[in-house]
Design a protein around this ligand. Structure first.
Ligand code: ASP
Ligand code: MG
Length: 412
C-alpha cells in the first residue's frame, strides 16, 4: 500500500459540491488501503477576494497582517473537507500549517520552509486517519503565521511528501497534465506522460502556469515523484521525475513555453569601456528590477548598445533608471518596446543533439518571423519576437519539432 500526498487546487474545492467530490475521491484511495495526506488551497477566488479586501483598507498592508488574513482561506477548506470525509465514515483531521509543524523563515508573504516535524502526522496515519492540511502557510519560530507566495499550496504538498517520504505527490488541478504547449494555442498539443524536473522548472519559469516553480525545485531536490492530474476526469496525468526514469528515446524538445509579460529596453551609443555593463545593470538591480535576457552588441566607433528584457510592470521604471544612466555615461539614447513576446523550446534531449537551434531558426524564418534576441542554456533556447507573431511562432515550432506525435515510449 502506498502513501500519497494529494493536493487539490482552488477550482477543485471551489464549491461545497466540489469539496464533496474531493472527499469521494479521497475515500476511494482509503478504501483501496492507501494512506492519504491531503493538502488544499483556498476555494477559488478566495485568496484574491481577501487581498482585495486588504487593499480596500490600505494600499500598503503590513505583510504580517496580510499573512494572518490570506491564510484564512485555506483554513475554511480544510475544515469543510474534514467534515465531508467524516460524513462518509472516513476518519480525518484538519490541521493548519502551524499545527502540522511547518516551520518557515519570517519572510512574510514569501516565506520558505525550514523544517517539518512529521511525527504528529505519522501518528495520525498509524491511527488510520486521513490528514487534511492547509496549503500555502506555516509559522515562523515566534509562532507568527506566514505564507509561501501565490500558488504556495503546491510547495506545501511537495514538502510534506518529502518529509513523509511519500510514494508520490499528486497535484490535482483543472488541467489533466502538462502539455507540449498551451492547447489553447495549438490544437494538437499533447499531454506528456513524463517530463523531467529540470524541464518542468524551465517550463514553469518560462510561463507555463501548471505548477509553482518552487514546488518543482523542491521536488527535484528531494526526488519526490510529482504527478499532475485532473480532479475532474480520470487519467494518468503527467509524471515529473528524474531523467533516468524516462525512456531512452527522449524527444529532443519536450515542450514549448511562451510569455507575453516581458518588455525590452535598449540603451545605445554607450561608450565601449570596461565596466559599462556594470554601470548600466547595477542601478537596475538596485531598483529591484529583475532582468531576464541581456544582449550587448558589437561595438562600433567605440560605442555599443545594450538591450535587455524586464517584466512589463517594471518597464517604465527600467526606462527611467536607464535615462539617468544614459545621462551619466553620455550614451546616445534610451528606447523600449513592450510589444514583444518570448518563445522558448525546452528539452533535456538538446544536450545530446546538434542542430536544434537551426531547426528552430528555420521554422521561424519560414514564417517570416524576425528574431530580436536569443538566449540559450543547456536545455532551452529562447527568442524574443514581435508579440503579434507569438501564436504563429508557437505553432510553427510545435510542428517543426513534431510534438504532436507521441514519443516512442508511449507507443511501446
Ligand atoms: N490560495 C493561495 C493562492 O491562491 C495558494 C494556492 O492556491 O496555492 O495563491
Ligand atoms: Mg493555486
Amino acid at each position: 500500500m502506498a502513501l500519497f500526498v494529494q493536493k487539490y487546487g482552488g477550482t477543485s474545492v471551489g464549491t461545497a459540491e466540489c469539496i464533496e467530490a474531493v472527499a469521494e475521491k479521497v475515500c476511494g484511495f482509503r478504501n483501496k488501503g492507501h494512506d492519504v495526506v491531503v493538502v488544499v488551497s483556498a476555494m477559488s477566488g478566495e485568496t484574491n477576494r481577501l487581498i482585495d479586501l486588504a487593499n480596500s483598507i490600505t494600499e500598503e498592508p503590513a505583510p504580517r497582517e496580510m499573512d494572518v488574513l490570506v491564510s484564512t482561506g485555506e483554513q475554511v477548506t480544510i475544515a469543510l473537507l474534514a467534515m465531508a470525509l467524516q460524513k462518509r465514515g472516513c476518519e480525518a483531521r484538519s490541521y493548519t500549517g502551524g499545527q502540522v509543524s511547518i516551520l518557515t523563515d519570517s519572510m512574510h508573504t514569501k516565506a520558505r520552509i525550514r523544517k517539518i516535524d512529521e511525527q504528529g502526522m505519522r501518528d495520525d496515519l498509524d491511527a488510520g486517519r486521513v490528514i487534511v492540511v492547509a496549503g500555502f502557510q506555516g509559522v515562523d519560530e515566534n509562532g507568527n503565521i506566514t505564507t509561501l507566495g501565490r500558488g504556495g499550496s503546491d510547495t506545501t504538498a511537495v514538502a510534506l511528501a518529502a518529509a513523509l517520504k511519500a510514494d508520490e505527490c499528486q497535484i490535482y488541478t483543472d488541467v489533466d497534465g502538462v502539455y507540449t504547449t498551451d492547447p489553447r494555442v495549438v490544437d494538437s498539443a499533447r499531454r506528456l506522460e513524463r517530463i523531467t524536473f529540470e524541464e518542468m522548472m524551465e517550463m514553469a519559469s518560462l510561463g507555463s502556469k501548471v505548477l509553482q516553480i518552487r514546488a518543482v525545485e523542491f521536488a527535484g531536490k528531494y526526488n519526490v515523484p510529482l504527478r499532475v492530474l485532473s480532479s475532474f476526469q480520470e487519467g494518468e496525468g503527467t509524471l515529473i521525475t528524474l531523467e533516468e526514469n524516462i525512456a531512452m528515446e527522449q524527444p529532443v524538445v519536450s515542450g514549448i513555453a511562451f510569455n507575453r509579460d516581458e518588455a525590452k529596453v535598449t540603451i545605445s551609443g554607450v561608450p565601449d569601456t570596461p565596466g559599462s555593463a556594470l554601470r548600466i545593470l547595477k542601478p537596475v538591480s538596485d531598483a529591484n528590477i529583475d532582468v531576464d535576457m541581456i544582449v550587448q552588441n558589437v561595438g562600433e566607433d567605440n560605442r555599443t548598445a545594450f538591450t535587455f528584457t524586464v517584466h512589463r510592470n517594471d518597464f517604465n521604471r527600467a526606462k527611467d533608471v536607464l535615462q539617468r544612466v544614459s545621462d551619466e555615461l553620455g550614451a546616445r539614447e534610451v528606447s523600449g518596446d513592450t510589444k514583444i513576446a518570448k518563445v522558448s523550446i525546452v528539452g533535456v534531449g538538446m544536450r545530446s543533439h546538434v542542430g536544434v537551434a537551426t531547426t528552430m531558426f528555420e521554422a521561424l524564418s519560414a514564417e517570416g518571423i524576425n528574431i530580436q534576441m536569443i538566449s540559450t542554456s543547456e536545455i532551452k533556447i529562447s527568442v524574443v519576437i514581435n508579440e503579434k507573431y507569438l501564436e504563429l511562432a508557437v505553432r510553427a515550432l510545435h510542428s517543426a519539432f513534431e510534438l504532436e506525435k507521441p514519443a516512442v515510449e508511449e507507443t511501446m
